[in-house]
Design a protein around this ligand. Structure first.
Ligand code: N01
Length: 544
């Protein structure tokens, strides 16, 4: 299926490429496929020892999709869609990682990828309009175009506790989980953090740990995943429905298979509303979040009634009323932060070996050799698990020394929050393009990634045809796009809440204030805007 065109002559300098891609996750793999198709000379540099990105790093027990596996896979190849069978509606991490390895091998992309190659710096050189990319071992690569496929959630963060290095037991960050098996059996385990990662981990650890102590700062509204195996017959019927399913994803605001209900919450009679939510709560996946009434996450009144519905569920599931109250968020409504999907998460707190500590009541003061000390108690643990999240979207850029024209660091250019044009370009950084970075419509990530990568590929094809060697976004274009993105979704309750989605990570200096790091409009609108730029032969860009 892949048409491999002849590469550029071998006489070129060994480490000189048309394109360098940073990252071999879902975006980097797909970009490699498109670059190969165009016959460009490229190199994918990847920090991990294999492909997979998010699904390579997040190998903690319990890690799995919470979007339907088939809706989260690549859609570009009919052959791939025909060949690959998913075994569960929400596949676990090992299956997704196998899938991404399968794709890489099927399209023979591995030979153009280089692993264990964490990029340290990327500097733009004005004299030849090329980038010099350096990896940690000191090797350098030059390229005309630099494409970042760093992942929106790939810069894990740790709390700034005193004594972090003093603990003598095992300690793990969820997103940097070792490849070797980790056993919780018979151990006293602490988990810090109750986001999607923490929730998935807690469910698993509680099964075998002698004691599990969960340290919670902000509870999240979790709803059931309702995973199930996919039978052979079911897989065939899902396959037959692919065209319609991908169309549905493309038409929905977040590219998910669930689309909002056009009704307004308070216009629906109480009984009918409750029945609708009950149905969503009992159905698999994100229905209650993505498929809710259209004002559920805009209207305070509607959101309060919906939150009350979910709070009642938590109270029904958690036996100890005091624990249930701790698990019910009080400072934000349902769906205003990322909703973790769970399997018996709330029931975990009915187990005698599990204890919930609210760190707002008793803050963690320090890590000790034997465990953790809070303001009211000293805890001994055999293991501490940090499920403390990521420096989202911009964090992975901050960790690389990226410099554009006049040596300006990207970190400096973004010190007041990211500024982009189309979520792809940054003015002052010619020949630099981002996939799945800030301000690109993502939602169901692979859907947004495929679009972004295809758009960039279209531009590179245009550049090749016209002999263009410098692509730059003008400052005015960046300013007006950034202003547009900052004005999107202001009516959403989510934009008034601290979370990674609003750029807040209290463990990172300079990331404690909310800013617009995501594209909060519908993906349909995002694609329309990008398509218009392409159709007008990229006139909004400076091309030479
Ligand atoms: O990270 P998070 P995550 N002391 O930021 C707490 C995707 N994902 O890795 O909320 C005490 O959500 C922090 O507390 P608070 C998904 O998009 C998908 O769980 O800041 N606590 C919070 O509870 C998700 O949204 C899947 O008050 C501290 C937690 O740590 C995103 O990744 C699975 C602390 C961090 O939660 C991120 O999820 C997993 C401190 N010093 C993740 N610092 C799927 O299922 C932080 N916390 C596909």
């Amino acid at each position: 299926e892949v048409e491999t065109k002849p590469r550029s002559p071998a006489s070129e300098k060994a480490n000189d490429y048309d394109v360098v891609v940073i990252g071999a996750g879902i975006a980097g793999i797909y970009q490699a496929y498109r670059l190969r198709e165009m016959g460009l000379r490229f190199r994918v540099l990847e920090a991990g020892s294999g492909v997979g990105g998010t699904w390579y790093w997040n190998r903690y027990p319990g890690a799995r999709f919470d979007s339907e596996s088939y809706s989260y896979a690549y859609s570009f190849s009919q052959e791939l869609l025909a060949e690959w069978n998913w075994t569960e509606h929400f596949a676990a991490q090992p299956e997704t990682l196998s899938y991404l390895n399968y794709v890489t091998d099927k399209f023979e992309l591995r030979s153009d990828m280089q692993f264990n190659s964490r990029v340290k710096s990327a500097h733009y050189n004005e004299s030849d309009c090329k980038w010099i990319v350096t990896i940690e071992d000191g090797s350098a690569f030059s390229c005309r175009f630099l494409i970042t496929a760093l992942g929106p959630l790939s810069a894990p963060t740790m709390p700034n506790y005193e004594g972090l290095g003093e603990f003598t037991g095992e300690s793990y960050q969820a997103s940097l989980w070792p490849k070797e098996p980790v056993s919780f059996a018979g151990k006293r385990v602490a988990v810090i953090g109750t986001g999607s990662s923490g929730v998935q981990l807690i469910q698993e650890i509680s099964k075998t740990a002698k004691q599990l102590t969960v340290f919670q700062r902000t509870p999240n509204w979790c709803v059931p995943l309702r995973n199930a195996p996919i039978t052979k017959e079911e897989m065939e019927s899902l396959r037959a429905g692919y065209p319609e399913m991908f169309e549905r994803c493309q038409a929905s605001p977040g590219c998910f298979i669930h689309a909002p209900d056009p009704r307004l919450t308070m216009e629906v009679p109480t009984d009918e509303r409750e029945a609708f939510w009950e149905k969503q709560y009992n159905a698999p996946g994100f229905g209650l979040w993505m498929g809710n009434f259209r004002d559920a996450f805009i209207s305070e009144e509607a959101n309060a009634v919906l939150s009350d519905f979910v709070a009642r569920k938590i109270r029904q599931r958690v036996k100890n009323p005091a624990v249930a109250e701790k698990l019910i968020p009080k400072n934000h409504g349902f769906g205003t932060r990322r909703v973790p999907l769970e399997t018996n998460y709330y029931e975990v707190y009915n187990q005698p070996n599990v204890r919930l500590i609210d760190v707002n009541d008793s803050p963690i003061k320090r890590v000790t050799a034997n465990g953790l000390m809070t303001s009211s108690e000293e805890f001994e643990f055999d293991m501490i698990v940090y499920a403390t999240g990521f420096d989202a979207l911009t964090g992975s850029f901050d960790r690389i020394d990226i410099r554009g024209e006049n040596g300006v660091p990207l970190k400096k250019a973004w010190e007041h929050g990211p500024e982009t044009f189309l979520g792809i370009f940054v003015a002052g950084f010619p020949n630099f393009m981002m996939i799945a970075g800030p301000h690109m419509a993502l939602g169901n990530a692979p859907r947004g990634i495929e679009y972004g990568s295809e758009w960039i590929s279209g531009l590179l094809r245009f550049a090749a045809q016209k002999n263009i060697t410098r692509i730059a976004a003008p400052f005015e274009a960046m300013q007006s796009w950034t202003e547009y993105v900052r004005g999107l979704g202001t009516e959403l309750l989510a934009t008034k809440i601290d979370s990674w989605m609003t750029g807040v990570n209290k463990n990172v200096a300079g990331k404690t204030q909310r800013c617009v790091i995501r594209y909060n409009g519908p993906a349909t609108e995002y694609r329309k805007k990008c398509d218009e730029v392409a159709k007008a032969n990229y006139q909004q860009l400076d091309l030479s």
